[in-house]
Design a protein around this ligand. Structure first.
Ligand SMILES: [Zn+2]
Ligand SMILES: [Zn+2]
Length: 289
């Protein structure tokens, strides 16, 4: 699998001089396996990705979009995704929505006249919608996909993509659970309270995980459904992942603050005698898995 980041920021896009290095677009990651395109989340980063896909000379114009959850920062790029307006494409959208909603609503609600000038019936691509849930298992060509529920709002999913024995876990908008009354992570509590998702991430090649806050900010954000970098460092060591990628930064964090989080996170891991390659995701980051 080839992996490329198009949006790394949480909550709201933040263009500007403070976010040039790590980027200001909301979540979007492109996975390419052979000729297949899988997109993780449809934040504002998906706009530029779509523009590049319509220009490419692709043999295979089926695109699969996996939505972790329907908070606006994970879907707001959809109406601006150029392949929807191009009849050469077929687009499959996979998401979990509650029993009173349909996956189509993810697009239809934000393309109502109150918010947007045109409706979904203007799309030229064939678009299919698939409901998924926690513990879903399915294949997109050679890539096996598993889902797990995380600690955020209801119906938020993490995705594990496995090809040729190597796994990449995309786990954003997850608050790693530990002692609610303390902001200091305690290893045993992390193990006990997060057992299911630790197993889900266990020994994965890459873990892309929510790293919204440093510990100072987190003190005021317990229960908001996002993680701090210290808890994440322990979580990654317990799950024994090979590469940890920090993701979904607080919109108020400058490049300098993100860099400080990376240094602190790497320091905790190396200070514990473990080796995990630790990276801060940025727009344009690419690697093979
Ligand atoms: Zn989010
Ligand atoms: Zn969210």
């Amino acid at each position: 699998m080839k992996v490329k980041f198009w949006g790394t920021r949480g909550s709201i896009p933040v263009p500007g001089s403070n976010t040039l290095k790590y980027g200001g677009n909301t979540p979007c990651i492109q996975i390419t396996s052979d000729n297949d395109t899988i997109i993780l989340d449809a934040g504002t980063g998906i706009r530029e990705l779509g523009n590049s896909l319509v220009k490419e000379n692709l043999d295979h114009r089926i695109i699969n979009i996996l939505i972790s959850h329907t908070h606006y920062d994970h879907i707001q790029g959809l109406p601006f995704f150029a392949p929807f307006y191009d009849e050469r494409f077929e687009i499959n959208i996979y998401a979990s929505v509650n029993e009173n909603s349909k996956v189509e609503h993810i697009i239809d609600y934000q393309m109502q006249p109150f918010f947007f000038p045109v409706k979904r019936d203007i799309f030229k691509a064939k678009v299919n919608f698939y409901m998924i849930q926690e513990n879903s298992v399915f294949d997109i060509s050679r890539v096996n996909i598993q889902t797990s529920m995380v600690n955020h709002s209801k119906d938020t999913l993490s995705f594990k993509l496995t090809e040729s024995g190597k796994s990449l876990v995309y786990m954003t908008d997850n608050e790693i659970k530990f002692h609610r009354l303390s902001i200091d992570p305690e290893e045993n509590r992390i193990i006990n309270l997060n057992n299911e998702i630790i197993q889900f991430c266990n020994k994965s090649e890459f873990l892309i995980h929510d790293c919204m806050y440093n510990q100072q900010t987190f003190a005021d954000k317990l229960g908001w459904g996002h993680s701090n970098n210290i808890a994440l460092a322990y979580f990654a060591m317990i799950a024994d992942v090979k590469n940890l990628i920090l993701f979904h930064y607080d919109p108020d964090y400058s490049d300098e603050m993100v860099k400080e989080m990376l240094i602190e996170t790497s320091g905790i891991i190396s200070g514990s005698g473990k080796f995990i390659n630790c990276i801060s995701s940025f727009e344009g980051l690419e690697f093979d898995c």
